[in-house]
Design a protein around this ligand. Structure first.
Ligand code: SAM
Length: 253
């Protein structure tokens, strides 16, 4: 089993630093619109999951929600009735407000660090969620905070709840420096049409801020945090970098 990448990370993350690159939101948006990180397939799989596992009315907490660009198209035709999006970037939340205007479900957007939010509100009455979504937000955290993320997310899930975890992953046996070399090579080859300055700034952001784990390491963290069974992988792209996993709070849920 690959170990989490603790050795290359400092002890604390800085949410302001992690979100600064996203202030130039159009660069990230162009990546999403081109589907270079497989958002379409990931959110299609997320919709299929909630239709099967949460067929009744459900609540959703979206950690690192960004501009919430996929939320309405994914969940408008499901039982979602209350959505809460958390992000540390005001820029992203301003865009999320526009994206969600007119949604069929209630929504609330909160500017906060996701771990601080999970930690502060844990245990309060009415603060559990049927589904927690974290899409491309957790790989920024140092490994100890990723462990904390899983622990707090488990605590905030309602009985029979699901954590939907989409992120970038290191492939089995890949070190972080190999990952950076392979991922930036893939960006240069496959992200054709991206303006050179956007590509350069994205590669620099990835090199400075991204600390992805292997699938095995993530599964081990979740088991340690209290999830009772191994995750189900709902989507993996052909590169193996972009994946969606579902973690169920209860066995057999
Ligand atoms: C790559 S974007 C993902 C946005 C969206 N979830 C998606 O799938 O496209 C990462 C988002 O996480 C936010 N973020 C990063 N670290 C955070 C933290 N510690 N607390 C809250 N938000 C954070 C960033 O501001 C950014 O909006």
């Amino acid at each position: 089993m690959s170990m989490p990448s603790a050795s290359v990370q400092g002890p604390h993350h800085d949410p302001e630093e992690a979100t600064r690159w996203f202030n130039q939101w159009h660069v990230y948006r162009s990546i999403v619109d081109a589907d270079w990180m497989s958002h379409r397939e990931i959110f299609d799989a997320a919709r299929a999951w909630v239709l099967t596992h949460h067929p009744g009315p459900f609540t959703l907490l979206d950690l690192g929600c960004g501009d919430a660009g996929f939320i309405r198209r994914t969940f408008d035709e499901t039982g979602l009735w209350a959505y809460r999006g958390i992000d540390a970037s005001q820029t992203a939340l301003g865009k999320a407000r526009d994206e969600l205007a007119g949604a069929r479900f209630q929504f609330q957007l909160v500017e906060a660090d996701m771990l601080a939010y999970l930690g502060e509100a844990s245990g309060s009455a009415g603060q559990s969620f049927d589904v927690i979504l974290a899409s491309y937000a957790v790989h920024h955290l140092p490994v100890r905070e990723k462990q904390e993320f899983f622990r707090l997310a488990h605590a905030r899930l309602a009985p029979r709840g699901s954590l939907l975890f989409a992120d970038v992953f290191r492939r089995d046996g890949e070190t972080r420096s190999e990952y950076l070399e392979h991922y930036s090579g893939m960006m240069r080859r496959a992200w054709t049409g991206m303006p050179p300055e956007g590509l350069a700034s994205t590669i620099e952001h990835v090199a400075r801020r991204d600390f992805p784990e292997t699938g095995e390491a993530v599964a081990a963290m979740a088991l340690e945090a209290g999830f009772r069974q191994r995750p189900r992988e709902l989507f993996r792209d052909t590169t193996g970098f972009h994946r969606l996993m579902a973690f169920m709070k209860d066995v057999g849920a």
